[in-house]
Design a protein around this ligand. Structure first.
Ligand SMILES: C[S@@+](CC[C@H](N)C(=O)[O-])C[C@H]1O[C@@H](n2cnc3c(N)ncnc32)[C@H](O)[C@@H]1O
Length: 336
């Protein structure tokens, strides 16, 4: 089918695609097309700042339409079928409301039929514990949650039952990559299977990226991902970040992606940050509370005789009806 489209270089394809999606301009009924180093993103209307051309695209409306239509559930429950779900490589992870639990296998089967690229569908029972591993129940396909996920041209071996990975953070990771200056020392305190660390090492020019995780399985996957993506300056470290940071050189950038308890590591991380360095701080709280959390961090820093400035903060995603995941970039300005 013929459509207007935007031509972008492959390296930029993911961020442009997500922006078009957010702005409601991506034509989701058509497949993105590839040719050499370029991607062609079909659009429903013309956004500003892009050169637009016309091209033939393959339709995907059959897949989109089929999943709900194929699913055997009572008509009264059909509206409860989830419209979105996460895909990691060739597996899908879906959350179901209680009413649909007796029909979970039907949902899985319909998704497998409608999206032939899927190898398995898992029902998500949430993330738990210090290691943030996901409780998954297979509802269709093989009961194996390990897969290879592609993000910004990088390949990550992941297994959400063994180690945390969130595909929805890809834009945030890319945002941080753009901030890294040549020669920086970066410490990723809670690195999981290494997506922040490896993306920084691959797409920026840091001196070194130290990537710590308490979960031995996460570190093992990270080591595989370092090899898979052929990066040489990521140093994977297994253990407690609170202890490791004192054995490492001071950092120009510290990433603290442990949103439930990064606050508990704040003081230790701050003592290991160079003047002029930046801390990327992630936190889950009630939607109207993040500003006071940031004020507290700035005060806590004052108590340590340093000036910390919030240079950017953002609500990243909704966590529950009243709470969200937030991110903030905190600059260590200097001594008081
Ligand atoms: C929310 S996940 C973030 C993973 C990664 N940054 C990503 O984006 O995929 C938090 C990670 O912190 C690890 N973790 C929890 N407590 C830790 C600690 N005290 N020291 C180091 N890592 C820890 C967990 O094992 C988990 O992999």
């Amino acid at each position: 089918m013929r459509s207007l489209c935007i031509k972008v270089r492959k390296g930029k394809g993911e961020s442009v695609r997500k922006k078009l999606l957010e702005d409601g301009l991506l034509d989701q009924s058509l497949y993105v097309d590839k040719d050499g180093d370029f991607l062609y993103l079909p659009i429903t209307s013309v956004p500003g700042g892009h050169i637009v051309e016309e091209r033939d695209f393959r339709g995907r409306e059959k897949e989109e339409r089929d999943y709900k239509a194929l699913c055997e559930v009572p008509d009264a429950l059909r509206d409860l079928l989830p419209t979105s779900f996460d895909t990691l490589g060739d597996i899908a992870i879906v959350r179901l409301p209680d009413e649909l639990l007796p029909y979970a296998e039907n949902v899985g089967k319909a998704m497998m039929e409608a999206f032939p690229r899927l190898r398995s569908v898992f029902m998500d029972h949430g993330v738990a514990g210090e290691l943030r591993v996901r409780d998954l129940e297979v509802i269709a396909g093989v009961d194996d949650s390990s897969t290879v996920h592609t993000e910004y041209g990088l390949r990550f071996k992941v297994d959400p039952r063994k180690a945390y990975f969130n595909p929805r953070l890809s834009n945030e990771r890319n945002r941080i990559v753009q901030l890294v200056r040549d020669g920086e020392t970066v410490v990723d305190m809670f690195s999981g299977v290494g997506p922040f660390a490896i993306m920084i090492a691959k797409h920026a020019r840091p001196a070194q990226v130290f990537a710590i995780d308490l979960n031995a399985e996460a570190v093992q996957l990270m080591q595989e991902n370092i090899r898979l993506n052929k990066v040489s300056n990521v140093v994977p470290l297994e253990g407690d970040a609170r202890q490791w940071v004192f054995d490492l050189p001071c950092a120009d950038r510290v990433i603290m992606n442990l949103p439930h308890s990064a606050k508990d590591f704040f003081a230790d991380a701050l003592t290991r940050l160079n003047l002029g360095g930046v801390m990327h701080f992630y936190h889950i709280c009630e939607k109207d509370e993040f500003q006071s959390v940031l004020d507290e961090l700035v005060q806590q820093a004052r108590g340590m005789c340093v000036e910390l400035r919030v240079v950017r903060s953002e609500e990243l995603k909704t966590y529950s009806p009243s709470a969200s995941v937030f991110s903030a970039d905190l600059l260590l300005v200097g001594w008081l």
